[in-house]
Ligand binder design. Structure first.
Ligand SMILES: [Zn+2]
Length: 92
């Protein structure tokens, strides 16, 4: 038995900010709870998730592009205050 490497690389997701694909583990999962973008670093919260690099650059890009409401198909703007604080703290 040879030649069959299990090419199951880690799953990739697209960053909603820069739109680049990255390993799921390098991105921050975000879910919406009561109209508020909530960071889900452990990836355990239920529901639809969006992924973004945990950097202010990608976060700001995503906000400017209204990527979060689009990703979550929400009817209106989402509160990103808590998420921004999280990203600010995560960014060295
Ligand atoms: Zn990004």
């Amino acid at each position: 038995m040879s030649g069959r490497t299990h090419a199951r690389a880690c799953p990739e997701r697209s960053c909603v900010g820069c739109r680049e694909r990255a390993a799921k583990g390098d991105l921050l999962r975000i879910v919406v709870i009561d109209g508020e973008c909530t960071p889900d670093p452990r990836g355990t919260l239920p529901g639809r998730g969006a992924y973004v690099h945990p950097t202010l650059v990608c976060f700001d890009l995503a906000v400017r592009r209204r990527a979060f409401p689009r990703a979550f198909r929400g009817p209106g703007p989402l509160d990103t205050t808590a998420l921004r604080q999280y990203v600010e703290q995560a960014t060295p």
